[in-house]
Design a protein around this ligand. Structure first.
Ligand code: AGP
Length: 617
């Protein structure tokens, strides 16, 4: 997802904008730029294709002076990554600068119209069309002060576009004046002392302020270094609240780790604990999820659950399906968000929908939530990013409290999501027929998770050596059953998205139905074969691969020494309740993919073509 930072204050804007872009690099981008203005009514534009360092070098050669500015990291949608297509974009006069997240669907019609009126464009982007459209309306209205003219022009232009936007805009006629607006693309206001900020992600400005206002769709904000006002794009009063950012600048940094991804893998003992802290009820052998906004009777009436998400969140949902059905005996199904929003699934009034999203901004998951709400269903969110759109628009839900997940590859959010779904399964199960003793045993198992994860993390060097052994592999299969079929899918996603090799996840028994045709002595298979109810079947599948000389890396339960005889490499994890086993079994897969990708020289925090949060369709 593209990144936006805007600054107005008394400091030099360029260093602040560049540092903010650095903090947004993790979201994935292919070009970047800044525009800065000062009192002399000129806008200085610097933009470059490629890594942020290219922009820093340009600004060092050709400094941009001023105390007000906007900046952007671009993940190309319309127009390939080039200097010209990088944001900010200017209008025909060259006095307006805009940065934009989102997609303007009717940009070609607008561009044709503007070209017919004599406008000339420098780029192929939809965003530049918006800059020209605002500039056109600005030039047409001369009876207001420049700042008001700019706000009016923005309102008129936004009324003519269809699509999504998060924008930051400034005009040389109005030094020290910034305007922001959003529809479908997040934008947050940062309130400083003698300075104010706009950002697409609060992580970009958390080192300057902890006071943030998360704008809602159709909000418009205008600000100076000492004041701000929020209205709707339509000109009405807008409600807003000032929130305290729930993490520190250090949490948004790598610290002593070489990559955010490794840091976040090692944070999991803590982040899993953050999920269940204050949510376990010993005397009831149950869990407390206050944010669900449902009475006990409403929870008892639930007769079907739909879990919706994308990517890793959908894999966590799949684990949740097994967990909830096992603990609460409620029919549960998983829907990929991009499918759910267009399917017309028959759901009755006692169906409860959960949307699962780390960022709380994934466009397909957001759209699926709105589709469920449109049909009158309660849609609850399991979200990490506080104040995100899904968190604010859902009918309730629970935060993961994992802190910012910066690495594009989701790691701690997966284990946090599965832990949350286990709490939900316990809560619903104890309202039905899950006994006190079983509930208490489950609580003990949950509390033991952080220490068990810690134990697995100590094997990182052993897992790195295993990764090195297969570093030339052309691909990798990941296999698991029942609770760990989703884990196999998640392991495959991790491997493919950061090391770029072909990797696929399957239910182990599916090998015989086609997958085993892929097995060769060069293609390793990673089996999750824990000493559980399905162990013997899993071993049979594993031996089918071995019989065809396929190398096998096995994840199994500590003490299961027989695996040494069967598999080529064995990684042991502590014994754990089957429902919670994905939380442990995924850790070796996260480390395997991390070490494999690093050894192959891949950029694990910013994998090619990927963005941390997919906010455009
Ligand atoms: C997983 O490693 C990827 N980052 C991606 O699949 C991600 O899980 C997906 O885009 C959903 O993101 P969300 O949880 O922020 O909605």
């Amino acid at each position: 997802m593209c990144g936006i930072i805007g600054y107005v204050g008394k400091e030099s804007a360029a260093p602040i904008l560049l540092d903010g872009l650095r903090r947004l690099e993790y979201r994935g981008y292919d070009s970047s730029g800044i525009a800065v203005m000062n009192g002399n009514r000129t806008i200085q534009l610097r933009k470059r294709k490629g890594r942020l360092q290219n922009l820093r070098d340009l600004v060092a050669e050709s400094p941009a002076e001023g105390d007000c500015g906007v900046s952007h990291t671009r993940w190309a949608t319309h127009g390939e990554p080039t200097d010209e297509n990088a944001h900010p974009h200017r209008d025909q006069s060259g006095k307006l600068a805009l940065v934009h997240n989102g997609v303007i669907e009717n940009y070609q019609t607008l561009r044709d119209q503007l070209e017919a009126e004599g406008h000339t464009f420098e780029s192929q982007t939809d965003s530049e069309v918006l800059a020209h459209l605002i500039g056109k309306f600005y030039d047409a209205s001369e009876d207001e002060a420049p700042g008001e003219r700019l706000v009016t022009a923005i309102r008129e232009a936004l009324g003519q576009i269809s699509g999504t936007y998060g924008i930051a805009v400034m005009h040389a006629d109005a030094p020290g004046f910034l305007v922001g607006a959003r529809l479908g693309s997040p934008l947050v206001v940062g309130l400083g002392k003698g300075e104010n900020f706009l950002a697409s992600d609060v992580a970009a400005i958390v080192s300057h302020t902890s006071d943030a206002i998360y704008l809602s769709d159709r909000d418009l904000v205008f600000m100076t270094d000492s004041d701000f006002k929020i209205e709707t794009v339509g000109g009405d009063e807008a409600d807003f609240q000032v929130s305290r950012v729930d993490f520190t600048p250090e949490q948004a940094e790598k610290g002593e780790y070489p990559h955010y991804m490794l840091k976040e893998i090692f944070e999991q003992p803590q982040t899993i604990q953050n999920v269940f802290r204050g949510r376990l009820l010993d005397d009831e052998a149950s869990a407390k999820l206050g944010g669900l906004n449902l009475t006990p009777q409403e929870l008892r009436d639930v007769d079907r659950i739909v879990l919706v998400g994308c990517g890793t969140a959908s894999h966590a949902a799949m684990a949740g399906e097994y967990i909830i059905e096992n603990l609460a005996r409620i029919p549960t199904e998983v829907e990929i968000a991009s499918e759910f929003r267009y399917r017309n699934i028959p759901l009755d009034k006692n169906t409860l929908i959960f949307v699962i999203s780390q960022s709380g901004e994934t466009i397909d998951t957001l759209a699926a939530m709105r589709e469920g709400q449109r049909k009158g269903h309660r849609v609850l969110g399991i979200v990490n990013a506080v104040g995100s759109t899904i968190a604010r628009e859902s009918d309730g839900g629970s935060y993961l409290y994992s802190g910012p997940e910066i690495g594009v590859a989701a790691t701690k959010s997966f284990t946090a999501q599965v832990t949350m779904l286990a709490l939900l399964g316990l809560l619903l199960g104890r309202m039905r027929h899950l006994g006190m003793a079983e509930g208490q045993r489950f609580l003990q198992e949950i509390r033991a998770l952080p220490a068990k994860v810690e134990e697995i993390l100590q094997q990182t060097e052993k897992i790195r050596e295993i990764a090195m052994k297969y570093i030339e592999a052309p691909g990798m299969l990941f296999l698991g059953r029942q609770f760990n079929f989703p884990t196999a899918l998640e392991g495959a996603l991790k491997m493919k998205e950061i090391s770029y090799i072909f990797a696929s996840g399957h239910a182990s028994a599916e090998l015989k139905h086609g997958v085993i045709a892929l097995v060769t002595e060069k293609l390793p298979s990673v089996f999750i074969a824990l000493k559980d109810s399905i162990y013997d079947k899993n071993v049979s599948s594993l031996e089918e691969v071995k019989a065809r000389k396929g190398p096998v890396i096995a994840i199994t339960t500590r003490g299961n020494e027989e695996m040494e005889r069967i598999a080529d490499d064995v990684i042991y994890i502590p014994e754990v309740h089957e429902c919670l086993s994905p939380i442990l079994a995924v850790i070796p897969l996260q480390l395997l993919s991390y070490h494999f990708a690093v050894a192959r020289g891949c950029d694990v925090d910013k994998p090619r073509n990927l963005a941390k949060s997919v906010t455009v369709e």
